[in-house]
Design a binder for this molecule. Sequence first.
Ligand code: FES
Length: 144
Amino acid sequence: MERREFLRVSLGAVIGLPVVASVLSSCETDVNKVQGQVVVVDLSPYPALKNVGGMAFVQAENYSFILRRSSQTTIVAFSAVCPHQGCLIGDQMGELHHQKIICICHGAEFNPKTGAVIRGPATTGLTQYQTEFDPQGNTVKIYV
Ligand code: FES
């Protein structure tokens, strides 16, 4: 490659790089928006969620959640998939307690307020989702 051709190609790459990076960056943002879903859950079949501190195992639209009534106006949602090896937490009676969430597969325990690990073998906490509780309609929107 001659010197003039080398400079033309090199300058084109340097000048074009920020443009390409900008385009790729905007594509990532669009993809993330498209991937985001909202799952709306009717809470009427879960009387435990009427009381602050109450929890329920809920399956909706191919997702499994552990919901907790954290105040009169808020519902917290965690993924019910154990971060240790993927067991489903809470699909049987007795696994959801006021003081902890227990995975019966290997005994990992999680804080019901934060989803943080209390006892291993899990090393990371439960995935928490953003929620929007409508007390009047008795529904919660979960942003997955
Ligand atoms: S899969 Fe839950 S503790 Fe192992």
